[in-house]
Every structure is written in C-alpha cells, then in structure tokens.
Design a protein around this ligand. Structure first.
Ligand code: TRP
Length: 465
C-alpha cells in the first residue's frame, strides 16, 4: 500500500456508525417516507418497506462497505482496483462515475429542500414570538407557494446549505464529518424522542399507529416505491457507503456496523412518521381533505398549523425544523464527500480546493432546479413524459434511474465478480466468523438484482416513484 493510502482519514468505531447513519437519516426519512407512506395507505407499504430494507438494502449496504474498506478508495478507484483480472475490467469503474454523477445531481436539489427547512425554522421562531394567527394558518399554502416562486429566497437558502456542507467537508473526515455528526446525531435523537413522547398524548396517536401498522391493500407501484425508497433512504447505489467504508478501521466489524445503520435509519423513519401522523390525525376527519392533497408539501404547508394548535407548539415547531435541517446536513455532507473524494484520490487535489470547487459547481447546477418551482415558466416546463419541471426531472433521473442502476451494478459486481474469499475476509475481519455469509451472497446474487431489474422495467414502461 502506498503512503498516500495510509494517510487517508479514518473514523473511530462510533464515528463511522454515526456518520453513516447520519448520511442515511435525512429528508428521506422525515420528509419523504411519511408522505409516500401516506399516499400508499400506510400499513402494508410499511411492511414491504421493512422487507426491502432487510432483503435488498442491508445486503447492498454491506457490499458497499466491503468494497470501500477493502480498497481504501472512493468509488472510481475502488472498482479499478477490484476489477483487475475480472471480466469487464476497467468498465466496472463506470459504476464509480455513475456514483459521482448521482452525488452531484442529488445534492443539487436535496440542498434546496434542506434550505426550506432552515427557512421554516426561522418562520416558526417568528410565529412563536409574534403569535400564530388564524390568517397565518389560512395562508400557509399560499405563502409556501410564493416562497417557492421567489428566486432570491430559493437561491439564498440553497446557498446557505451548500456553504454549511462545504464547510464541514473542507474540515475533513475526522475534524469535519465525524465531529459534526458526533454533535448533531445525539441532539437529533433527543429531539426525536421528545417529540415521540409528546405524540403519545396527541388525540391522533392511536390512529397514527393503526395507520402505520395495519395490513391493507397495496399496489404494484407501491411495492416498487418501497423498494426504490429503501435505496435512497440508506444512501445506497452511488457509492456513498463505499466512500465512508474506505475510512473504516480494520478493527471494526462491517456486519455489525452495516446492520446497525439499517436499523437506526428504519427506526427514525418510523418515529418521524409517528410524530407527523399523530399531529395530522389529531385534526377532525372533515378538515383533513386539503392536507392530503398536498402530501409532498405537508411538512411545510400543514405541519406548522398543526404544531401551533398543540400546547407547546411554539417550542416544538422550531425544534422540529431544526432537527430536519440537522438530519439533512449530515446527509448532504456524504453526498458532497463522494464527489470530493474522487478529486482528492484520483486527481490529487487538496481537500479544501476540492470541496470548494465541487460545492460551487453543485450549487450552480442546482440553480435551474431552484428557479423551476414557480419563478421561471420555461424551467417549469422542462419535462420527461408527465414529469414536469427541471427539479422534478432531475429528481426522477436520479432516484428512478441512476440509483437503481448503480445498485444493480454494485450487487452484481459483489455477488458474481468479486472473489467470495475477499468478501468473506472483509466481513469477518474485526467481526469473527460470519455465519450469514451464504445468505448474504444469495441475496446479492439473485434477490437484489431481480428486484432492481423489476424496478427498471417498471420505470421503462412509464412508471415512476
Ligand atoms: N439517505 C439520505 C436521506 O434519506 C439521502 C442521501 C444521502 C443519499 N446520501 C445519499 C441518497 C447517497 C442516495 C445516495 O435523506
């Protein structure tokens, strides 16, 4: 191994779990999961999602960490190293490139949504101090709309979030990423527990639990959405976990760390849903109609009103948005790190320079998305099929194409092309015997690729999630 490789940052044991869980836990858990669970009538959707995490997400999570720690490289370099002497050779590194592209694209719009959470943190503070009037409640939908259509606002909050992300990544693996998640993740856990305990008292709590855990009908597209989301929520399919895995110490157990991350991510998605549904279902049925027409924006157009109807809403609501912003930050860090580590590992750039230049590029690429939400009609009309608007199109390409293809490649490579001996060595080093090895390999070889192919065929035939 070269000295350059030995100088890579490494995470402490808890550091890796926290940073990787921080990557996994984000807007996907708090913003997206609750509303897609709602759209798919909860219940069975949640069950399918749990199965997808266990049978598809978890094996690929372990595969990515294995690849990262084995090669000590970010995705492009990692596949170049492992593909030596393997059929396909250098072509496998295209998977690394796809991952870098996905990180770039996803971060460009993820940061915009993350910016909204910062803005709503500020608004809730304002309402808490000045009072939340009936007019404020009635105007939530329209004021969110005008916020989206306001280019200065969109670009400012997008910039703010990118600056914070770049700042952390610049500081490096230990001082930046590990320390930030060390501080933010426990705060996040405490806030979530407070909000969950608080929801026990909500009149909507019983209905929320029933909604999430009953068995009911589910459509084929619901199943696919659950599988697709299991990728996004665990930060899989683009090499984020390969990159973080490359900073894992050889003394740590990959199976333990990987499964802990999957467990925490799932737990947080369920807690966030319990919190949101307890608030939403506390409202009488007759008044819910308009809430659910806007499921994707519930977090901003409905939740403030419901918070302020609760005792203590003035404290709980800003705290809640702060939590979402923190969760988003620990995710944006990982998205940026994938791209930045390429320039550090393969181009020899310094970390600061890489973080700054890549961050600026991603910011600029996000500008058309930010302006497509109400300001620029032309950008709002950009479309692929029925998906309209630059923002929507970019999200569609990343979540429906780039991540599934990346995940398919990673599972096929690790299941079929990577020598079983190497995989076993990595899974057992720092862990001891790994009796589930055969099960893991079976899932990677057959279950994951088939499930993902099914998604791709569905998307090819015009479906989307
Ligand atoms: N998992 C994060 C969430 O649920 C988003 C995210 C961070 C991500 N890094 C990623 C998604 C890498 C895909 C790939 O919000």
């Amino acid at each position: 191994m070269s000295t350059e490789v030995q100088q890579r940052g490494t995470f402490g044991r808890l550091g890796f779990i926290l940073a990787a869980a921080g990557s996994a836990i984000g807007l996907g858990n708090i913003w997206k999961f609750p509303y897609i669970a709602y759209e798919n009538q909860g219940g069975s959707f949640v069950l399918v999602y749990l199965a997808a995490i266990l049978l598809i997400g978890a094996p690929i999570m372990l595969a990515e960490i294995v690849i990262g720690r084995r090669t000590q490289q970010s995705p492009v370099g990692a596949f170049l190293v492992l593909a030596k002497g393997v059929a396909g050779g250098k072509l496998w590194s295209l998977l690394g490139w796809l991952g870098i592209g996905s990180g770039f694209v996803i971060l460009s719009y993820y940061s915009i949504i993350a910016g909204w959470t910062v803005y709503y943190f500020g608004r809730c503070l304002g309402w808490a101090m000045n009072g939340f009037t009936a007019a404020d409640a009635a105007n939530l939908g329209s004021s969110f709309g005008s916020f989206l259509a306001n280019p200065e606002m969109q670009l400012t909050f997008h910039a703010l979030f990118m600056v914070a992300t770049v700042g952390v990544v610049m500081m490096g693996v230990k001082a930046g990423i590990e320390r930030t998640t060390f501080i933010l993740m426990p705060i996040l856990a405490v806030i979530l527990v407070i909000l969950v305990v608080n929801s026990f008292r909500s009149p909507g709590f019983g209905e929320a639990i029933h909604f999430l855990f009953h068995i009911g009908p589910i459509s084929a597209s619901g199943v696919l959405e659950a599988v697709g989301h299991s990728f996004f929520t665990l930060s899989l399919g683009m090499g984020a976990m390969i990159t973080y895995g490359s900073y894992v110490s050889r003394k740590d157990s990959i199976p333990k760390a990987g499964l802990t991350i999957c467990f925490l991510d799932t737990l947080i998605a369920l807690m966030a849903s319990t919190i949101m549904f307890s608030i939403i279902f506390a409202v009488p049925v007759a008044e819910r109609a308009d809430t659910f027409q806007r499921s994707a924006t519930i977090l901003f157009t409905t939740l403030p009103r419901m918070f302020f109807a609760l005792p203590g809403g003035g404290v709980l609501s800003p705290v809640f948005y702060l939590l979402v912003a923190f969760a988003a930050l620990t995710s944006t860090i990982s998205l940026l790190e994938v791209v930045v580590s390429y320039f550090i590992d393969r181009r020899g750039w310094g970390r600061k320079k890489a973080a700054f230049i890549v961050g600026a590029g991603i910011y600029l690429f996000g500008v058309p998305s930010a302006l497509s939400l109400g300001y620029s009609e032309a950008l709002g009309r950009v479309a692929i099929g029925s998906r309209e608007g630059f923002f929507t199109v970019v999200d569609y390409l990343a979540s429906n194409w780039m991540l599934p293809i990346g995940g398919l490649g990673i599972s096929i490579f690790t299941g079929w092309f990577l020598a079983g001996r190497i995989a076993r060595e990595e899974l057992e080093e720092g862990h001891g015997p790994f009796p589930l090895f055969a099960v893991w390999r079976f899932l990677l070889r057959f279950v994951c690729p088939l499930a993902i192919l099914w998604i791709i065929v569905f998307v090819l035939r015009g479906g989307a999630f």
